[in-house]
Ligand binder design. Structure first.
Ligand SMILES: O=C(O)[C@H](O)[C@H](O)COP(=O)(O)O
Ligand SMILES: [Mg+2]
Length: 317
C-alpha cells in the first residue's frame, strides 16, 4: 500500500477540496507542548473560512475539554468545546454511558486533573489521582499504611489509568489491589455493594509522548506496570481504539467518505483513521518518521504524507 507525498500547491489544493471534515490530532500536529507548529493556526483559520468542519481528537488525558479550550484560546487558535475530544472525556463517557457505573461507585484514578474533571462533569466520584494522600512516598518496604481497611476503598468500581507525571508506588499498589480483588474480573459492579467487580480501563496506550526534547515516556508506558503485575487486559479508550470513534460519532456525526484525519503517530492516529475508514495525512512534526512508512512490510501507512500541517497553507496561496 503506497501513499501520496504532497509536494506541490496543486497537491495541497486538491487535498483540501476533497474533504469537508478535518479531524486533527493535537500533540505533534498542532503543537509540541505549548509551542504551536508553524502555520498550523493559519491553516485552521483557512479551513474554517472555507466552510470545513473541524474536530480535535487527542489521546492526551492531562486536560479536560474545558482546560483544552483555555489552551486553544491562550495559543490564539479558534475552537469550541464541542469540537474537542480527549481520551479523558471519552473515558468518562464510556464509564458513565457505556458501562453505566453506578453513581455510588468510585473510580480510582492514576492520572491528573483532566481525568478528574471529566469524571466530575459526568457525575462520577473518583479517588487517588492528585489527592494528597496518594501522592506521598511510602517508607521502604513498609506496606502497613496500605493494610488499613479504609485505604483500599471497597466502593471503587473501576480503575482508570492515564498519563500521570506523578506516578508512584502507592498509586500502583492501590490500583493493583482494586483490579485483582476477588470478583474483579466478573461482570460489572452493582450499586450499594462493596468490593466485587472492578473495571480496568486505560485512557490510551501511547508508548511515548511528543513534547520539546522528547520523545518522553507516554501513558502506555506508565500503565505498563499495572498491566504486567495484574495480568489483566485493560479496556483501552483512546486512538486507535473504537471507543474514541464511537464517542465522537455519538455527538458529532460526520461523513467519513469526506473526512481526513491528520496525525503524527502511525500506531494511534493513522491506525485509528484506517480502522475507521477515514483517509489519513501523516505529518512528520511528532513521533513517526518517513522511514517507518517506507520500510518493507510497513503495516500502517497513511493515504498522504507531508512534512508539517503548515504545508497546507500552499493550498490557499
Ligand atoms: O502519552 C500520551 O498520553 C500521548 O503521547 C499524548 O497524549 C498524545 O496526544 P495526541 O498526540 O493524541 O494529541
Ligand atoms: Mg500526536
Amino acid at each position: 500500500m503506497s501513499y501520496k507525498h504532497l509536494s506541490t500547491s496543486s497537491d495541497h489544493a486538491s487535498l483540501i477540496s476533497s474533504y469537508d471534515t478535518y479531524l486533527f490530532d493535537c500533540d505533534g500536529v498542532l503543537w509540541s507542548g505549548d509551542e504551536v507548529i508553524a502555520g498550523a493556526k493559519e491553516v485552521l483559520q483557512r479551513l474554517r473560512a472555507s466552510g470545513k468542519s473541524i474536530i480535535f481528537v487527542t489521546n492526551n488525558a492531562t486536560k479536560s475539554r474545558r482546560a483544552y479550550l483555555k489552551k486553544f484560546q491562550s495559543l490564539g487558535i479558534q475552537a469550541d468545546v464541542s469540537e474537542i475530544f480527549s481520551s479523558a472525556y471519552a473515558s468518562a463517557v464510556y464509564l458513565k454511558h457505556v458501562l453505566k457505573l453506578p453513581e455510588d461507585r468510585k473510580v480510582y484514578v492514576l492520572g491528573m486533573e483532566g481525568i478528574q474533571e471529566e469524571l466530575e462533569d459526568v457525575g462520577l466520584k473518583w479517588c487517588g489521582g492528585t489527592s494528597p494522600e496518594d501522592n506521598v512516598f511510602l517508607p521502604t518496604l513498609d506496606f502497613t499504611s496500605l493494610l488499613q481497611p479504609e485505604v483500599i476503598d471497597g466502593k471503587v468500581g473501576a480503575v482508570l489509568c492515564g498519563f500521570d507525571m506523578h506516578m508512584s508506588y502507592i498509586k500502583l499498589a492501590k490500583a493493583y489491589k482494586h483490579i485483582t480483588r476477588a470478583g474483579a474480573t466478573s461482570g460489572s459492579p452493582q450499586a450499594g455493594e462493596s468490593g466485587g467487580a472492578c473495571h480496568f480501563i486505560l485512557t490510551n496506550d501511547d508508548s511515548t509522548f511528543p513534547a520539546k526534547g522528547g520523545p518522553w515516556p507516554g501513558a502506555g508506558s506508565l500503565s505498563a506496570p499495572l498491566v504486567f503485575s495484574s495480568k489483566r487486559t485493560p479496556t483501552i479508550i483512546g486512538k486507535p481504539h473504537q471507543h474514541m470513534l464511537d464517542c465522537i460519532e455519538a455527538v458529532k456525526p460526520f461523513d467519513k467518505s469526506r473526512a481526513l484525519f491528520v496525525g503524527d503517530r502511525l500506531d494511534t492516529d493513522i491506525a485509528f483513521a484506517n480502522k475507521g475508514g477515514i483517509k489519513s495525512l501523516l505529518v512528520l512534526t511528532g513521533i513517526s518518521t518517513k522511514a517507518e512508512i517506507d520500510a518493507d512490510g510497513a503495516e500502517v501507512v497513511p493515504d498522504y504524507l507531508t512534512q508539517s500541517l503548515g504545508d497546507l497553507l500552499a493550498a490557499f496561496q
